[in-house]
Ligand binder design. Structure first.
Ligand SMILES: Cc1cc2nc3c(=O)[nH]c(=O)nc-3n(C[C@H](O)[C@H](O)[C@H](O)COP(=O)(O)OP(=O)(O)OC[C@H]3O[C@@H](n4cnc5c(N)ncnc54)[C@H](O)[C@@H]3O)c2cc1C
Length: 388
């Protein structure tokens, strides 16, 4: 009987295993932690959105690489919802279009249902650390000893580098580098934005409500939260990709997205003075602090110029938060190293899946979906190859 070894029990590895249940093979899932799915559980901590209900093209547009887009084509948000149903997890669409489990199910309940679905066929080997691999064997460390396990197919779903406490510590990169497999450096993604000190004022904890950020071709509406170092929140995370490409990263905030430029101008023109105009526009404390500190006197006193600046307020950033703290990372195995199914060109029958591959997407269900879609294509490909 063929043996498939999967290393990494996150959404990518678990989905690869699920595609092999009907195949005549032995399936092992190894993980260095004492339990699987730790980052999946963390992801569920603040609003457990598993994927998003957008139309296929809107949905795929959220991803930055053609490689990941084609995996989403093969296993879409709808397919993932169907898969969850198979596990007994009904889903619902939230007001923002995000997909959540019904009945306020907790992340651990979803993970347990997934594990129960796999358990009749899959053997979980925990506290087993991946060390190396070649064409036929994978080397691991368990209970202080190293051992080699033979495989017919190997799926590496070792995750990225953020939140290493969950097990995805990026240590596997050394092994890949030694083998000459091209990697793009890991960079913080879905990260808070670090601002220059003079932008922070006494704003910690204050919220910039209902604004819209934009940078390059990325933009996002919502609230930004001021922290001791800068800004957190979806509108900050969503523009990370575009900011990373800039030598001197600057983004724009529309401080009044509900009002067209002409209307903002009208309000300012009619107001007794610019400060009164800002009050009438109900811009809030953070916006007023920034405008008063960073807009030149001439622009401030000119309603047309002030209206323009309110609609396109520029903010330069100092950088991103450390990778350890952020939701996800860009970088990882370059897609030039793999087939459309994630099979390494250099090592036939060895597949990679999930966040260890270089692709990026905003938080909000797109990351988990990217991981399960890439796990799906690897698992499906292996099951087909075993028949042939
Ligand atoms: C705070 C936070 C919030 C998030 N929120 C969301 C969200 O709202 N929506 C969303 O879509 N996504 C979210 N995510 C991201 C999502 O959780 C990840 O994208 C996803 O879990 C990655 O799946 P993966 O299977 O590729 O890797 P992981 O889930 O990281 O799993 C990798 C596994 O490999 C194991 N491993 C690593 N190295 C070794 C080794 N050497 N030996 C053995 N085992 C090893 C690890 O122990 C781990 O179990 C969030 C993440 C965080 C940290």
């Amino acid at each position: 009987m063929k043996r498939v070894v999967i290393i990494g029990g996150g959404p990518a590895g678990l989905m690869a295993a699920a595609q092999l249940l009907k195949s005549d093979c032995e399936i092992l899932i190894l993980d260095q932690k004492a339990s699987v799915g730790r980052k999946f559980l963390v992801a569920g901590d603040g609003g457990f959105n598993l994927t998003h209900s957008e139309t296929p093209s809107e949905f795929r547009d959220k991803y930055d690489s053609d490689w990941i887009k084609q995996t989403i084509r093969q296993f879409s948000n709808k397919d993932f919802i169907r898969f969850l149903k198979l596990l007994g997890i009904e889903t619902k669409i939230g007001s923002s279009g995000k997909i959540f489990p019904e009945d306020e199910l907790k992340p651990i309940q979803v993970l347990n249902a997934w594990k129960e679905y796999l358990e009749p066929k899959v053997q979980f080997v925990l506290n087993a650390r991946f060390l190396n691999f070649d064409e036929k064997q994978v080397e691991i460390e368990r209970e202080g000893k190293t051992e080699k396990i033979d495989f017919d197919y190997l799926v590496l779903a070792l995750g990225g580098k953020s939140w290493p406490v969950t097990g995805s510590d990026g240590a596997w990169t050394t092994v890949f580098e030694q083998k000459g497999i091209a990697l793009n450096p890991f960079e913080a993604s879905n990260s808070g934005l670090v601002l220059y000190e003079n932008w922070l004022g006494d704003l910690e904890g204050k919220i910039l409500k209902n604004i819209r950020t934009s940078c390059g071709n990325q933009s996002c509406s919502g609230d930004l939260v001021c922290t001791s170092y800068g800004l957190e929140g979806k509108p900050a995370y969503a523009i990370n990709g575009a900011l990373r490409k800039m030598e001197k990263p600057v983004f724009k905030v529309d401080l009044k997205p509900q009002m067209a430029l002409e209307k903002v101008f009208e309000v300012l023109k009619k107001a007794k003075n610019p400060s009164q105009g800002l009050k009438e526009l109900k811009l809030g404390e953070v916006a007023v602090f920034w405008i008063k500190n960073f807009v030149s006197k001439e622009r401030f006193l000119n309603p047309k110029e002030l209206a323009k600046v309110i609609k396109e307020f520029p903010i330069g950033i100092k950088g991103f938060r450390p990778i350890d703290e952020v939701i996800s990372c860009a970088g990882g195995v370059a897609d030039t190293e793999i087939s459309e199914f994630g099979e390494l060109h250099q090592f036939p029958n060895v597949f990679v899946a999930g966040e260890m591959i270089d692709w990026d997407a905003p938080t909000g269900g797109y990351l988990i979906q990217g991981c399960v879609s890439s796990g799906y294509v690897a698992g499906k490909r292996i099951s087909k190859q075993m028949i042939n």
